[in-house]
Design a protein around this ligand. Sequence first.
Ligand code: IMP
Length: 175
Amino acid sequence: MSDTPVLQRILYSKEQLAERIAELGREISADYRGKQPLFVGILRGCIMFYADLLREISVDCTMDFMCLSSYSGTSSTGEVRTMLDLRESIKGRHVVIVEDIVDTGLTLDYLMKNLQSRGAASIEICCLLDKPANRKAEVHPKYIGFQVENEFVIGYGLDYDELYRNLPYIGVFKK
Ligand code: IMP
């Protein structure tokens, strides 16, 4: 049962999210020992995930952010724009993109091509949720929190028309 009228049901509780994110943090830390990775958070959906994941990273690392826009309401427009770019060069850096959810993959396809042209040593994707049913572009996140069905989800950074990002859990949006 949900305590928010816009929710059909809760998918992942605060505790389930924390447990999975701690596992991801351990896995990424082991893979990047001695590499001083740069974690690029994709605003605004990544905020909760980014903040919690980075606290589980036990290697020296740096942080930067980009803001991309491609959505209006519950549907992707297919057109991606960079609203805010990285502050620093990624030349020679080991980059980990931190994203809330991969749906069509169009946003990350655009971002991967964009970042690859800047000379990073490596680029991997870490997404909290993967919704493979709707894929239109080939992207391969190395680190995935959970796979979800083709439903619109909100909470823990994910919005519907900018609302509900503040929910501490993830739930299915009631249309
Ligand atoms: P993609 O380009 O279709 O992969 O979508 C990427 C962006 O769309 C994500 O970073 C989210 O901000 C947004 N998005 C996709 N699916 C959902 C959803 O179920 N709930 C909320 N936002 C979503």
